[in-house]
Design a protein around this ligand. Structure first.
Ligand code: GLV
Ligand code: MN
Ligand code: MN
Ligand code: MN
Length: 409
């Protein structure tokens, strides 16, 4: 694959390079329906409209930009896209690269005088990261019915505001949210381009890979409860400190995961309540992320962590409660679509990924595929995430080709 000369993706990405920059953490913090994410959604709408695409936001907050057939028939459309929200302090490319590449792919096709033989849509999904309300791919989960809408609407962010309240503030009507079979029927195939989030492509000398599968993954919340008290007046022997129990568990998680080949277990967020330097916490919430190709192993890792948590909590005279927040089984992308991509891109490696994506949620309902663009740092969910300009442009051209031809749908 030789690098294209036109800088389509690069100039789209440059236009949003200052939106949501996080001066404290580094990188970008663009929680769904925050000012930064809403600005990006506005940017996308403007770019889509500038291309003459017909833009609509559906009742679940997914933005759709349509390149219609003369017949305006949208059934079984080819859909591409990604998300614009980010983790705290995330990279520039996780999500936006797929959106910018989708816009650029439309430009590529038009410049080449080609168009798919079906309607084409670019979709932007809300709360892919789950960094605001705790459950990843919330938009696609609601759309497909993978989460009960009542549960989704009641989810709270760190400040106690609900997804329902923030959706309403963003102009949506929470009462109209829910599974959308009509919308799903419009998706003939979904192809998501994404920055690669690991080191898979680094040593292969190729800018783009074809996705094979997404590792099964889930999120759990361990809530340790103890006795809030004074840091100066409470003797060590009189304490019931839930943070001590939580810290003991976290320290042993790498050892537990290491006993299960291929397992990944992470605590990246914990919240002591009330969170004062001179206050023994009364409660600590610990968010646990566990992933493994075999769902039974994921369950086993979680059970072993939970058993340890019960032990260590009891040792501190504390309680602990475990709650499953979300669980997604290992997902294999559509074999037919994948074969077609492999035929079209004979040099492209085929890689699985440990990262979750809306394509993984949609895969239970429609044929899905993914393309990964090389990330020379191998780092993601951090500001070091990177894509070289040439690779970004190649990615858009590859995506344009992928949207064409007989996709077998
Ligand atoms: C989201 O990117 C995830 O994989 O957690
Ligand atoms: Mn992503
Ligand atoms: Mn991500
Ligand atoms: Mn993701």
């Amino acid at each position: 694959m030789t690098a294209p000369a036109t800088r389509r993706v690069t100039s789209l990405m440059a236009a949003i390079a200052d939106t949501g920059r996080d001066r404290t953490r580094g990188g970008y913090t663009r929680p769904v329906y925050s000012t930064a994410e809403l600005d990006l959604r506005g940017w996308f709408v403007a770019e889509a409209q500038a291309r003459g695409l017909d833009v609509e936001t559906d009742r679940n907050g997914v933005i759709w930009a349509w390149w219609d057939l003369p017949s305006r028939d949208r059934a079984g459309a080819i859909v591409t896209g990604s998300h614009l929200d980010s983790v705290p302090g995330g990279g520039a490319f996780d999500g936006p690269l797929g959106v910018a590449s989708a816009l650029a792919a439309v430009d590529v096709l038009r410049e080449q005088g080609r168009r798919p033989d079906r309607a084409l849509a670019i979709a932007v999904f809300p709360e892919e990261e789950g960094s605001r309300y705790g459950i990843a791919c919330l938009g696609s989960r609601i759309l497909t019915g993978a989460i009960a809408v009542e549960k989704a609407l009641a989810l709270k962010d760190e400040d106690g505001g609900t997804f329902a309240e923030h959706s309403r503030a963003a102009g949506l009507d929470p009462e109209r949210m829910g599974p959308d079979a009509e919308r799903l029927a419009q998706i003939g195939a979904f192809i998501e381009l994404h920055v690669e989030q690991g080191r898979g492509l680094i040593d292969l000398g190729q800018p783009v890979a074809i996705g094979s599968s997404i590792l099964g993954h889930g999120r759990w919340r361990l809530t340790f409860t103890g006795q809030g008290n004074h840091a100066g007046t409470t003797l060590m022997r009189d304490r019931h400190d839930p943070l001590v129990a939580a810290a003991g568990v976290i320290a042993q998680i790498p050892g537990i995961a290491a006993r299960h080949e291929g397992a990944r277990a992470t605590v990246g967020r914990l919240q002591p309540v009330p969170g004062g330097t001179n206050v023994i916490a009364s409660r600590v919430d610990v968010w646990l992320d566990v992933r493994h190709p075999e769902d039974a192993v994921t369950a086993l890792v979680v059970e072993q962590i939970a058993a340890l948590a019960r032990d260590l909590a009891a040792g501190q005279g504390c309680g602990v409660d475990l709650r499953e927040e979300s669980l997604s089984p290992t997902t294999h992308f559509d074999p037919g679509l994948r074969r077609r991509l492999e035929d079209a891109l004979p040099d492209a490696p085929v890689l699985d990924t440990g990262a979750g994506h809306d394509a993984g949620i949609l895969a239970a309902h429609v044929p899905t595929a993914m393309l990964f663009v090389r990330n020379p740092t191998g780092v993601s969910h951090a500001h070091e995430e990177h894509v070289e300009d040439d690779d970004a442009e190649t990615g858009a051209e590859v995506l344009a080709d992928a949207l064409m031809g007989d996709l077998g749908i």
